[in-house]
Design a protein around this ligand. Structure first.
Ligand code: ADP
Ligand code: MG
Length: 698
């Protein structure tokens, strides 16, 4: 049986070398099996007839019975359209043609019942169906037909080569015939029973040619579950193997540094979430396996103190630690912050960045190697080969999406036994997605802000209200606050954006002649940027006009107003990151989203989300729904998009279930050697061997 399914596609009746080539190139279909696993996007449900008064504004293709009572031609900007009044006993709608008017008029009859089929639009209270499929009711009754028709994804080239939807259907039917409609089971009895799954064969058949909606749903559920299950199985297994194989440094002690700091120098009570995460890290560091942990926490949730206390754990066990940040400014801020926190302890902390002087650099290299440095903070400069530690025990990476996997790997090599790795990010990723993206990392979440934070007030204002906004800026500056004004800078239209920024700067300079204004954008030299940032930090300037270069991590607690110009052009996560630049001090902070009046539906949703919540995870969920996972950081490389049937966003709960089972099975039977898991073992082995879904999990 499996042999039939592994036959190269060109041998299938109706394919041949030419079409075989096209199927391989366009759809990645190499074998019969691949074809069977090529699933329809949707099905046309012809089991049901709708009445006009039942139509929904966003319904998909529908089928109705009724009569055309009238034709008219409507002139429009380009060409004409032919409109037919179509009625049934419940109401009236329109059928519309943009082409082929003559044929329609000559061939369609008035006042005779037709079965029509197609997609409906809704405009001004009237439903219309452009270019409907039409058949006389009398003829319709004579023909036999499949109830639910699959619609497969297609491409222009497939169409051109005549590989139509109907052709694909036929090919799949042919494979089903040849394989005797038997497809080997892939899950174990327990899962099938507990989740009440239909068999693999039934699922395959019904996902293509369902007898009814219910069977289709069952087939889809089973196949989605299976797909996600095997991915999770792979991820969890990799993580387990990693823990078994990669020996980690064992930090047994909680010692002097940690305890003294905790008892005497902690500047505030830790939040529950911070305590929980510190415990999770503590347990990793003592486990004997190398830690690879992702710490997610919204801007301002207090990741730094968690980082510091983790580094103390390394120090207390005689190891060094390092903290790497993506920019010079951030490194300096971390350095200053940590030096301040540790001022009563004799921890030796150094800073190493691209602009560290050669002589200082030499000193740092030496002190690192002879163990005089406890904590090294810096930028990419830390990754250079010349930077050698005496015994690096823990490496922390802040704002991870700016660093790649390759850089993580470089840190690994800084010690003979790889150091523990903690990656911190303020870009919240919904948990389920994170599980798929970073399957090889364990995940901790700080989901609680320190107490007493005043939530940032966010409002949406139209450009026409600019004067009021300017007045508000003045009031805030008079109170001693500072203000950010951010302009979009999007690569494609860089020139125009740049002009917007400069125009904005000039009009602000005119509007506020008494204030000092900093400007920072991507085309400036790093040194000039830093100089301007520094002026703002030292309160020499009151207003910072900038592009999104200020997005990451900058900390100016006195800045309390964030104005975002052309806010409709920013993505949600970016808006949220920008907003996170304010609200860092004791004062009430504000975020003002400026836009014109013309807004798309998506833009409106984004603005509404921003004005209604400060919760980064909630925002990330909306973002994911709006954009799909494709645009999210990291998803491209990891290929979460290559899923055949499951949808990482919509099938969230199936994913959780799949993960739960995968983890349970591997806990009981890590090598899948138990007889009852033989189907899973075989299916898994086959998937690992084929170039199927696995090649994306690096
Ligand atoms: P982020 O997670 O964005 O890196 P930080 O670590 O910079 O956040 O913390 C943001 C601010 O909150 C800092 O000023 C820090 O001192 C303060 N902070 C952190 N944890 C607490 C806490 N438990 N209670 C009060 N303030 C805290
Ligand atoms: Mg931070």
């Amino acid at each position: 049986m499996q042999n039939v399914l592994h036959t190269p596609i060109e041998y299938l009746k109706g394919v041949g070398p030419n079409r075989g080539e096209t199927l391989r190139k366009e759809l990645g279909i190499h074998t019969y099996m691949d074809l069977i696993n090529f699933f329809p996007n949707r099905h046309i449900d012809k089991t049901r007839f709708y009445k006009i008064n039942e139509l929904q504004r966003n319904s998909s293709d529908v089928q109705l019975v009724g009569k055309i009572v009238h034709f008219k031609t409507v002139e429009q900007k380009r060409g004409k359209r032919l409109v037919a009044d179509f009625i049934d006993e419940t109401g009236r709608m329109e059928l519309v043609w943009f082409r082929g008017h003559k044929w329609v008029r000559e061939n369609l009859n008035l006042n005779v019942p037709y079965v029509i089929f197609g997609k409906t639009n809704w405009f001004n209270g009237v439903f219309s169906m452009p270019h409907p499929e039409m058949e006389l009711l009398a003829d319709y009754k004579k023909n036999l037909r499949t109830a639910m028709q699959p619609v497969y994804p297609s491409t222009e080239l497939l169409q051109k080569k005549g590989i139509t939807n109907r052709a694909i259907m036929k090919l799949i039917q042919e494979v089903m015939k040849q394989s005797g409609l038997r497809f080997g089971e892939t899950l174990n009895q327990e899962i099938v029973q507990e989740l009440n799954l239909i068999s693999k064969s039934e699922a395959i058949f019904n996902v293509h040619f369902p007898k009814n909606q219910e069977l289709l749903a069952k087939a889809q559920f089973r196949l989605k579950f299976e797909e996600l299950f095997f991915i999770q199985l792979q991820l969890i297994r990799k993580n387990l193997l990693h823990k078994r194989k990669i020996k980690g440094l064992i930090f047994e002690e909680i010692g002097e540094n940690f305890n003294r700091f905790y008892k005497e120098h902690l500047p505030f009570e830790l939040t529950g979430a911070q305590k929980r995460v510190i415990k999770e890290i503590r347990s990793d560091l003592g486990s004997g396996a190398q830690m690879n942990r992702l710490l997610q926490g919204d801007v301002g949730s207090g990741k730094t103190i968690v980082a510091l206390m983790s580094m103390f754990m390394a120090l207390d066990n005689g190891f060094q630690a390092c903290l790497m940040a993506p920019t010079e400014i951030l490194s300096v801020q971390h350095y200053n912050g940590l030096v301040e926190l540790c001022k009563e302890l004799n921890t030796s902390i150094y800073l190493l960045t691209g602009s560290t002087k050669t002589s200082d650099r030499k000193e740092i290299h030496e002190k690192l190697e002879n163990g005089e440095i406890d904590i090294l903070i810096g930028t990419h400069a830390l990754l250079e080969d010349k930077v050698k530690f005496q015994n690096l025990g823990l490496a922390i990476i802040d704002e991870q999406h700016r660093f790649g996997v390759a850089q993580r790997a470089k840190l690994w090599k800084k010690n003979s036994i790889p150091p523990h790795i903690l990656v911190m990010t303020a870009t919240p990723i919904p948990r389920t997605l994170a599980m798929s993206l970073y399957g090889d990392l364990d995940i901790s979440v700080i989901d609680e802000l320190p107490p007493g934070r005043k939530p940032i007030k966010t409002v949406h204002r139209f450009d026409s209200n600019r004067l009021k906004v300017f007045r508000f800026i003045k009031e805030e500056i008079m109170k001693g606050r500072q203000v950010y004004i951010v302009y979009p800078l999007i690569q494609e239209s860089e020139k125009m954006d740049y002009k917007d920024l400069m125009d904005g700067y000039e009009s602000i300079a005119r509007e506020f002649p008494d204030y000092q204004i900093s400007i920072v954008h991507g085309q400036m030299k790093p040194a000039d940027k830093d100089y301007e940032m520094d002026r703002f930090l030292r309160k020499e300037t009151q207003i910072m006009v900038a592009t999104t270069v200020i997005e990451v991590g900058v900390n100016v607690p006195n800045a309390s107003v964030m104005i975002i110009e052309s806010a409709e052009r920013f993505g949600l996560s970016q808006l949220h990151q920008l907003r996170g630049r304010v609200g860092r001090g004791a004062e009430q902070s504000y975020c003002i989203l400026m836009t014109g009046h013309k807004l798309s539906e998506d833009s409106k949703t984004r603005l509404q989300t921003m004005t209604s919540t400060n919760d980064g995870f909630q925002i990330a969920e909306v973002d994911l729904k709006l954009r799909g996972p494709g645009d999210l950081m990291g998803t491209q490389q990891s290929g979460v998009l290559n899923l055949k049937i499951a949808d990482i966003v919509k099938d969230n709960s199936i994913l959780s279930t799949a993960r739960w089972y995968a983890s349970k099975i591997l806990k009981e039977d890590p090598d899948l050697s138990d007889e009852k898991n033989r189907y899973i073992r075989n299916a898994f082995a086959r998937l690992m061997k084929d170039r199927t879904i696995w090649n994306y999990i690096s």
